[in-house]
Design a protein around this ligand. Structure first.
Ligand SMILES: Cc1cc2nc3c(=O)[nH]c(=O)nc-3n(C[C@H](O)[C@H](O)[C@H](O)COP(=O)(O)O)c2cc1C
Length: 325
């Protein structure tokens, strides 16, 4: 498949691996890029600009294909060293950046000057249009199904993607709920030029996370995610577990009075415990409804090849077969 997304990023297949906290290390990004997609290292997970620089170098040692870096801009009491991260990305020669969270306008001039292509992740058409207007090259349109932060509008991809297609001029990829060839073909039918996957890529051989995490995804159904932190307007879709149930009880009991401090135990600093140690009840961790479509743990290459083969068959056989003679 050739789309504006494959052209923009110089990749073989229109498939992107979204940045994922404590998953997006060099092993993950390189495996996706080697499979012909665009792998993404998660910037903030590395901790400091120096460590990000080292992770980028490690990734270069594992692939000669293009890969990108995710920069998530979230409100924080002590903001991360964003200028330092941007500087490292530019100096490293990486040519793709996935931005997410707050408006990335402040960082665009420097990134564009360095000829870096920027894809901004958005959960609404208005944010996507804003991204287009400030000069982003593409957007990743994240529906309500997605693992992580779906925003507060709750519009699923069957509506969000065609709405994005109605309004946008820049190319976009679908994101949230994507798992297989059906997802890719449906996304293209609704106007996208590729797809972004998070949760699905965690259940792969190369994903550098504890085996318990992969098994939890296999065991989970589409009914097993929950939305947390809605009262704080920082909604996150996570896999249900003991900590999440405890957190939701607190949310219900405290109502408007809830503050971050009340739930810090269930959300702050839990990612290493889950992703590295496999302590599956340590807290809330992002997971999409797409868990219901995950039944195996292939290599990234097997997964990507299977998606492209399935997409091809759907287009050439299933859909073509419906055409009246
Ligand atoms: C475990 C996990 C961690 C994530 N961490 C981040 C992150 O740090 N920054 C970000 O922009 N998106 C993050 N995401 C969102 C993904 O990049 C992607 O947009 C999302 O997973 C797409 O939905 P899906 O899970 O249904 O494929 C995360 C997702 C998961 C599952």
């Amino acid at each position: 498949m050739r789309t504006r997304i494959t052209e923009l990023f110089g990749i073989e297949h229109p498939i992107i691996q979204g940045g994922m906290h404590y998953v997006g290390f060099a092993e993950m990004a390189a495996a996706v890029s080697n499979a012909g997609g665009l792998g993404i290292i998660t910037g903030l997970t590395q901790g400091t600009p120096e460590k990000l620089a080292a992770e980028i170098e490690r990734c270069k040692g594992m692939t000669d294909k293009p890969f990108g870096v995710n920069l998530t801009f979230l409100p924080a009491v002590t903001p991360p060293d964003y200028p330092g991260f941007v500087d490292v990305i530019i100096k490293s020669g990486v040519k793709a950046v996935e931005t997410a969270g707050n408006n990335p306008a402040k960082w665009l001039p420097a990134l564009k000057e360095a000829d870096i292509k920027v894809i901004h992740k958005c959960t609404s058409v208005r944010h996507a249009l804003k991204a287009e207007s400030i000069g982003c090259d593409a957007v990743s349109v994240d529906g309500f199904e997605c693992g992580g932060h779906p925003g507060e509008d709750d519009v699923p991809n069957f509506i969000l993607l065609p709405r994005a297609a109605e309004e946008l001029k820049i190319p976009f990829v679908s994101s949230g709920g994507m798992a297989d060839g059906r997802s890719l073909v449906a996304s293209m039918a609704m106007g996208a030029e590729g797809m972004n996957m998070g949760t699905r890529f965690i259940a792969t051989q190369e994903a550098p996370v504890h085996e318990n995490v992969k098994q939890a995804l296999i065991a989970a159904s589409e009914l097993d995610t929950r939305l947390i932190m809605r009262p704080l307007r920082n909604t996150e879709r996570v896999l249900n577990n003991d900590a999440v149930e405890r957190l939701l009880e607190k949310e219900q009991e405290m109502g408007d009075k809830l503050s971050f401090a009340d739930i810090a135990e269930e959300v702050a600093g839990v990612y290493p415990k889950i992703m590295k140690d496999g302590d599956m009840d340590a807290g809330g961790w992002s997971c999409g409804m797409v868990a219901g479509l995950i039944h195996d743990i292939p290599t990234c290459k097997e997964l990507v090849d299977r998606i492209m083969k399935e997409a091809d068959e759907i287009i050439a056989e299933r859909l073509a077969g419906f055409r009246a003679a």
